[in-house]
Design a protein around this ligand. Structure first.
Ligand code: PMV
Length: 351
């Protein structure tokens, strides 16, 4: 598969059009951290797509007007975001030849709190890419469901790497790996018949340890992998982790899953600490929560575990199979106190 497949080759008739799309966020289990030019990932990753944390976007296109982009986030005009989107549109015009031939008003809102520190770039670029493919179909008169979704994943990747995984539900793989059909240019759904039932219904409660802007952006963090002496070993390890992950997902080995997922989260943050300059995105509360989860698991044997994204918040993972009452009580009574404002976003993955 090459980028050639995605070049815009159709005939287009442009007209005024408004489209609306929604796209969920995702949380990686095997992490993407480090990339090459054109958003090619240094290693493959696998994620869960969430159900409730979403971005809803409406895009209005005014044909045959000078190219410009105006954006509104939750009703507030955001000039910085518009500049980012303009740059992104210029960058992808070979794949959508009509994209610079009009004016845009983009209105977008997240279903999760704006200041929560939950990354909105994955759901945000996912929703924008879906809107663009919707316009593309409308201007060309051709709507091809599966192909269009794949191209939306390809385009979302060029906006924010991990966004390409948000185009599909359930477990999703991005990057060349031993998973059938996987490649670096877009994401693919994990083979449905190779997933044990225990992994089809899972809770992800996000503890909002630190709300607001991160001290180091993902872009800078990815860049620091270029000079990290452990980077190559890390990329290799992530590729190797697909072996056990494949077996775990097929067998329903929850214990193996917990070990691997937590290891991946801690490795991501270890890479940050070993960057030059070093940086730490975890906060005191992050570490307190991790230690409490480990103590709880040791004491009760119940399957509560965590993953982290590039920030201080803790994603609490536990199966959604009806036996999680004790886990929920523990979270409310012991873990919530480590958040900033009793902040927790309760999401779930069902597929
Ligand atoms: O898509 P980006 O550039 O925001 O990078 C995301 C990186 C992690 O969230 C830390 C890991 C991942 O695979 O999503």
């Amino acid at each position: 598969m090459t980028t050639q497949e995605f070049l815009g080759k159709k005939e287009y008739t442009l007209h005024h059009q408004t489209v609306s799309e929604s796209c969920p966020s995702n949380i990686a289990l095997i992490k993407y951290w480090g990339k090459y030019d054109n958003q090619i990932p240094a290693n493959p990753s696998i994620s869960y797509t969430l159900n409730h944390c979403k971005t809803n976007t409406t895009m209005e296109f005014f044909a045959d007007e000078p190219f410009s982009v105006q954006t509104f986030l939750a009703g507030q005009e955001e000039v910085k975001f518009a500049e980012k989107i303009e740059k992104y549109f210029r960058n992808i015009d070979q794949y959508l030849p009509w994209i610079l031939q009009g004016r845009y008003i983009i209105r977008t809102e997240n279903t999760f709190p704006h200041s929560s520190g939950i990354a909105s770039s994955a759901s945000g670029f996912g929703a924008i890419a879906k809107c663009l493919m919707n316009l593309d179909g409308s201007f060309s008169g051709e709507t091809t469901g599966e192909e269009s979704l794949r191209k939306a994943s390809f385009l979302a990747r060029l906006g924010s790497g991990s966004a390409c995984r948000s185009l599909y539900g359930g477990l999703v793989v991005w990057g060349e790996s031993q998973i059938k059909g996987s490649c670096d240019l877009f994401a693919v759904p994990y083979p449905n018949d190779e997933i044990h039932d225990i992994f089809r219904s899972f809770n992800d409660w996000v503890l909002l340890i630190h709300e607001g802007q991160k001290s180091v952006s993902s872009t800078v963090g990815h860049g620091l992998m270029n000079t990290n002496p452990y980077a190559e070993r890390r990329f290799q390890e992530a590729r190797e982790n697909f072996g056990p992950m494949k077996e775990i997902l097929a067998n329903g080995d929850l214990e193996g899953f917990i070990k691997l997922v937590e290891h991946e989260a801690l490795t991501l943050h270890a890479m940050m600490m070993m960057s030059d300059p070093a940086f730490i995105l975890m906060q005191t509360g992050t570490l307190e929560v991790i230690n409490k989860i480990w103590a709880f698991r040791k004491e009760t044997g119940l399957p509560l575990f965590f993953t982290l994204d590039a920030g201080a918040n803790v994603h609490l993972l536990f199966p959604d199979n009806g036996s999680e009452e004790q886990i929920k009580i523990f979270i409310e009574s012991e873990l919530l106190q480590h958040t900033q404002n009793n902040g927790v976003v309760k999401d779930v993955m069902n597929f």
